[in-house]
Design a protein around this ligand. Structure first.
Ligand code: SF4
Ligand code: SF4
Ligand code: SF4
Length: 250
C-alpha cells in the first residue's frame, strides 16, 4: 500500500450509547429492558451477597412479568476472579442465553499495598492513630476536590460550607481540617463504594481511601453492614438500636 493511499484511508470507531435508566424502583424494568434488546433468554448473574439483599428476586419477578426465560448463575464472588468469569461465559453459551443481567461490582478488593497499609494502621494504638491522621490532615489545603469527585457527596449545601451557623472552620488550619475530615469520614461511612477517586484527585496525596476502608471495616465488624447491599435500610450511623455496641463510647 503506497503512502498516499495510507494518508487518505479512513479509520473510525463507533460506540453504541447504551440505554441508561436509573431511579427508585427501576429493578422492575429489567425484564422489559432485556426484551427491548431483543433477548429471548437472560443469563442472570449475582454473588451470594446480592442474592441475600433480595434484589435478585425482584429482578426475577420483572423478567417473568416481561415473559422472558432466564437462567440464574451465582458461582461468582463480588469483583469476580478471571476463572469465575470464564466459568460464567461457558455456562452462558451452554444455556443458549443471549442477554446478561448482572450488577456492577461491590467494594473492590484491597490491593496488597492497601492491605499492608490497613494492617499497619490497625496495629497502631489509638494515640498513634490519632497522631498519624493529625499529621496527614495538616497537609490538607481544603481544595475540596475529594468532595467534588465523590458520587456520594451530593448535598445541595455541604455542612462544611455553611457559615450561619458555621459548623466547621473553612480555612485550612489544623482544627478546621480535622473537623472537615471527621465530617467527611462519618458522612461517607456506610455509603462509600471504595472507588478511591477522592484519594486519586487529592493534590496533597492524603490517604483518604485508607480511612474510607477502615470505616467500612468497622461498620462490617460492629454492625454487619456493607454499603449498597440493603439500600432500603438506613445506614448504621443514621439509625439507633438499643442493642448497638456502645463499648467504643468512653
Ligand atoms: S472512595 Fe468513597 S469517599 Fe472516595 S470518592 Fe469513592 S465513594 Fe466517595
Ligand atoms: S461531606 Fe457530608 S455534608 Fe458535605 S457534601 Fe459530603 S455528605 Fe454532604
Ligand atoms: S482533595 Fe486533599 S487537599 Fe483537597 S480537601 Fe480533599 S483531602 Fe484536602
Amino acid at each position: 500500500m503506497g503512502a498516499k493511499q495510507q494518508d487518505t484511508e479512513l479509520h473510525h470507531c463507533k460506540f453504541e450509547v447504551p440505554e441508561i435508566i436509573f431511579g427508585r424502583g427501576m429493578l422492575s424494568q429489567v425484564g422489559s429492558c432485556a426484551r427491548r434488546l431483543g433477548g429471548r433468554k437472560v443469563f442472570l448473574v449475582s454473588d451470594q451477597g446480592l442474592f441475600k439483599s433480595g434484589w435478585v428476586d425482584r429482578v426475577m419477578v420483572s423478567l417473568m412479568d416481561a415473559g422472558m426465560q432466564f437462567v440464574y448463575f451465582d458461582q461468582i464472588t463480588s469483583n469476580p476472579k478471571d476463572f469465575e468469569v470464564e466459568e460464567g461465559a461457558k455456562e452462558y453459551v451452554k444455556q443458549g442465553a443471549d442477554v446478561i443481567v448482572g450488577s456492577l461490582p461491590g467494594m473492590p478488593d484491597l490491593s496488597p499495598l492497601e492491605q499492608e497499609q490497613l494492617a499497619r494502621l490497625e496495629a497502631m494504638t489509638p494515640a498513634e492513630r490519632w497522631d498519624y491522621w493529625k499529621e496527614q490532615f495538616t497537609r490538607c489545603i481544603r481544595c475540596l476536590a475529594c468532595r467534588q469527585v465523590c458520587p456520594f457527596c451530593y448535598c445541595e449545601q455541604c455542612l462544611c460550607d455553611r457559615n450561619r451557623p458555621q459548623s466547621v472552620d473553612t480555612s485550612p488550619r489544623p482544627a478546621g481540617n480535622m473537623g472537615w475530615h471527621i465530617v467527611r469520614a462519618m458522612h461517607l461511612a456506610g455509603r462509600c463504594a471504595g472507588c478511591a477517586e477522592c484519594e486519586r484527585v487529592c493534590p496533597m496525596d492524603i490517604p483518604l481511601n485508607l480511612l474510607n476502608r477502615k470505616m467500612a471495616l468497622e461498620l462490617k465488624e460492629l454492625y454487619h453492614y456493607e454499603a449498597g447491599l440493603t439500600p432500603q435500610e438506613k445506614g448504621p450511623l443514621t439509625s439507633y438500636d438499643e442493642k448497638d455496641d456502645q463499648s467504643f463510647i468512653k
